[in-house]
Design a protein around this ligand. Structure first.
Ligand code: AMP
Length: 486
């Protein structure tokens, strides 16, 4: 292995996690939940389960359906307790040893961990652990949890976990499975989501679930109980659900990009339906950046709810002027620019009759590199649109995320190098507007909700990073490019 691989602790992961406790066929339920969380990661998937005697695991590259549809595979995953993970990795290695959940045998027994987020001090922790003799098996930041737990001098699983958590810095939603408990943890600022669900069994007993999003509970037929609190450890065992809060309370800073793009629209996140939030953002965008037009067209699928909100607020008709081919993966995950160019054409087609001769407002959730917008604008013009105006339901993405949403290095973010007028020219639009950061907060903090700002992590739009970027500038240009600005 090369040094660069060992040091590869950059934020590549956007993941989905799930845990099931006390349910027959826990692995099958976990696979169902992972299906619902497929949008959070498509590169690899895995399940670790426990049958009361043994832990078993199955991990593979690719989609949930490609790995967990075969009855012979599921038969190897017995037991009523399981955790699962979907991994999204755009660069670096996607090899089997980097597929979660991670599993290790400890002094206290077997232990499996699934992590969504990114640790910002994983590089320094890793070097210190390697110096102490820890042998790392993967290049994932999440593996430091395993080693910190292993070397902890505390005796119980929970005390060792707390000991480990006190040493890590970053954004994390963790689900772990030991022989006696299912554990869920959210970082002290609650950047990444994690929820608790319950399944009432016919015999009167209760099954418990932990998941990244409520859409996973819906598919499993489970009932939503509550969000795990920022900084909370939830311990689920035979006696029920217990809560531990080992950190001093801090202002929560949930990731605002979950509302804009990442979460599934049918999920309810931190008490707010994502679909409603997106429609309100679209309406606010219409109020902020009106332009006369004949038709509102969403860039599917991510632009649809915001475009609906925009259309309702502006009174301009909504049309599906672009049709998405659902059998093509997300263009974003393709590694090179040339493939991404090709990808957009594969994924979207113009619905000509809705566009010909029309003044079109296109609504999308974000501009990252600008590749998608440029291709879409070109396609809509080629279909005969008289004018093409682009409206974006997030502020300009000017900064990379270090907390678990994959974004390219700062120099590749269109908005970090160009003002809005230049961006409009580059994507070929007659006009371009983004929702303002204040408009975004107005849309999210509606009707009597707390309106204080900031109450989300909005670092990708503001450059204000609420969690220390401890490893920043250590190993690569990606991180250095941020150091200059933060
Ligand atoms: P780009 O072509 O690089 O400007 O990509 C912008 C598109 O990618 C947007 O329309 C989003 O729907 C989508 N997108 C934004 N952020 C992400 C992300 N972190 N992961 C995957 N897709 C994303």
């Amino acid at each position: 292995m090369q040094t660069s691989e060992i040091e590869d602790d950059k934020p590549h992961e956007e993941c989905g996690v799930i845990g099931v406790w006390n349910c027959a066929d826990a692995a099958a339920l976990t696979a169902l939940g992972l299906h619902a969380l497929q949008h959070r990661g498509q590169e690899a998937t895995g399940i670790v389960c426990f049958d009361g005697q043994r832990f078993n695991s199955q991990r593979g590259l690719g989609l949930v359906g490609e790995n967990f549809s075969d009855a012979r595979v599921m038969a190897k995953l017995p037991g009523s307790r399981a955790i699962g993970h979907n991994r999204y990795a755009t660069t670096g290695e996607t090899v089997l040893r980097n597929v979660q959940p991670l599993y290790a045998d400890f002094e206290f027994g077997g232990f499996a961990v699934a992590h969504n987020g990114n640790l910002t001090n994983a590089g320094s922790l890793r070097r210190a652990l390697v110096r102490r003799g820890c042998l790392f098996q993967s290049t994932m930041d999440s593996e430091v949890f395993i080693h910190l737990i292993a070397i902890s001098l505390y005796s119980t699983v929970v005390d060792r976990l707390i000991d480990a958590l006190k040493q890590v810095v970053g954004a994390y939603s963790l689900i772990a499975l030991s022989e006696h408990s299912l554990l869920g943890v959210r970082d002290p600022l609650g950047v990444r989501p994690l929820i608790i669900g319950r399944l009432a069994h016919a015999d009167g007993s209760t099954g418990w679930m932990l998941a990244s999003e409520t859409c996973a509970l819906d598919i499993m037929g489970a009932e939503f109980v509550r969000d795990v609190d920022p900084g909370e450890i939830v311990v689920i065992d035979d006696r029920g659900v217990h809560s531990i809060k080992p950190f001093s309370k801090q202002e929560r800073r949930f990731c605002v990009f979950e509302y804009i793009y990442f979460a599934r629209p049918d999920s309810v996140v931190e008490g707010m339906p994502v679909y409603d939030a997106r429609k309100r953002i679209g309406a606010e965008l219409a109020r902020e950046s009106h332009v006369d037009a004949d038709v509102i067209v969403p860039v599917p699928d991510s632009g649809v709810p915001a475009a609906m909100g925009y259309a309702k607020e502006s009174g301009i008709p909504f049309e599906l002027g672009i049709i998405r081919n659902h059998y093509v993966g997300r263009t974003f995950i393709e590694p090179t620019d040339s493939i991404r160019h090709l990808g957009v054409k594969l994924k979207h087609s113009a619905n000509k009759p809705t566009l010909e001769g029309k003044r079109v407002i296109l609504v999308d959730d974000s501009i990252v590199r600008g590749t998608t917008s440029r291709k879409i604008v070109e396609m809509v013009r080629a279909a005969g649109a008289a004018e093409v105006h682009m409206r974006i339901s997030s502020p300009p993405t000017t900064h990379s995320c270090f907390y678990g949403i994959d974004t390219p290095e700062r120099s590749k973010l269109l908005a970090s190098n160009h003002d809005v007028a230049e961006m409009a020219r580059l994507i070929g639009a007659d006009s371009l507007a983004f929702i303002s950061i204040d408009g975004l907060y107005r849309a999210l903090n509606h009707e009597g909700r707390n309106t204080a700002k900031p109450q989300y992590c909005d670092a990708c739009f503001t450059g204000e990073y609420p969690i220390a970027l401890t490893d920043l500038g250590e190993t690569d240009g990606h991180q250095l490019s941020l150091l200059e600005r933060s």
